[in-house]
Design a protein around this ligand. Sequence first.
Ligand code: HEM
Length: 411
Amino acid sequence: MIAGDLLEVNVFDPDLYANGDPGQNGLPVELFVRLREGAPCVRLPCEIPGHEESAWVLSRYEDVSAMLREPDRFVSGSGVTMRATHTTVSEDGGKPAMITMDGQAHVRNRRLVNRGFTPPVVRSFEAHFRTIATDIVHRAVDLGTFDFVGEVASQFPLHAICDLLGVPDADRPALAQWTNTLTTPTDPEYAPTPAEFFNAMEHMWAYGLELADLRRRSPGTDVMSVIVAAADSDALSEDELMGFVFTLAAAGNETTRNSASHALLALLQRPEQLAWLRERVDRIPDSAIEELLRWSTPVIYIRRTAARDVEIAGQQIAAGEAIAGFVASANFDAGEFPNPLELDLARQPNRHLTFATGPHLCMGAHIARLELRILFEELLSRTKDIQLEGPIDYARDSYVRGVKRLGVRVS
Ligand code: HEM
């Protein structure tokens, strides 16, 4: 029997995350504990304009993980968020992208895009990423006091993904602005009006084709050049190219920047963990990167749709109903992570769901890990001390766990 008040909580409320308590990692951790213990699968309202009205909310690690690993029962084709209009679903007037594809279409798209991400291509970017990170970190550190998000966390992933995609320097600020608006549409600072959202979408799509055309005419070593060089059945259609650029720009920019920002705050709040990391700054251990990824959980929930009638945790879910697997709860489930609310940079094993799991496992996971490692290696080796300068400013959104500002002073 589910306690009555648990049937009414609004875990989709963007203000819950905008006003999160930094002392609790900005997350409604107690509410998630109550859901995991008292209502691990429960239908909850989602009272946000422009969003679907309700979804089955999964909060336990094992249920979220199982849902992501069963694409036949839980499909992505009706959208992976609760937004009512999906920019990557053709039936909604969007452009198709692998993140919202199922079955063979997904396999095909992922295979074609993957060809641009071969290990040699990714390896060739490591040295280059370090040059970008060194530049960005040095410039910021010279300022002494600065906004970590604006100067570092948003800059490095932006330039990294744009280099990967072959986006010319001059186009990058506009691309950053469109992805902010498109991925965080419930934050009035990023999307003041619905019209701005649609405007950004049109620009992003048009840019996808423009970039494809540029890389066709003047190929480089980037991923887009590899993708547009494919012919016949291996070529992405125009619509797929538009969806691809949108997905990659959004996925590559927003998540990594938020991950780095949540991670830095967590370290500054825990001097002993920061000291542990500083001792290993020559090569930050993988366990530290995994723990910072678990801790930061930049995607709050992942939505799927029941392909047929199913049962989860004793609840009957009808075909067509939306299900939201809350990664922000699963990643802190004591059933999987001992002392889940402790940041433990040596934690092992660490099977966090930050990059999802199953067939849609994040395609940029190895790139994001590399970026985070390089960024913290550069930042920590270039500074002796970092202090917080003002409160963290969280974005108003319940899908992307964004950070808008994080003031720091360094010496
Ligand atoms: C910390 C950084 C990142 C996080 C937390 C993250 C998270 C995720 C998650 C949760 C998904 C699965 C979504 C779903 O199944 O509905 C995903 C998919 C994806 N991500 Fe990432 N991502 C990150 C960085 C990146 C980067 C840097 C790239 C590109 C270089 C990227 C490209 C993609 C792509 C293309 C997909 C779709 C994969 C598919 O549908 O098969 N991501 N990401």
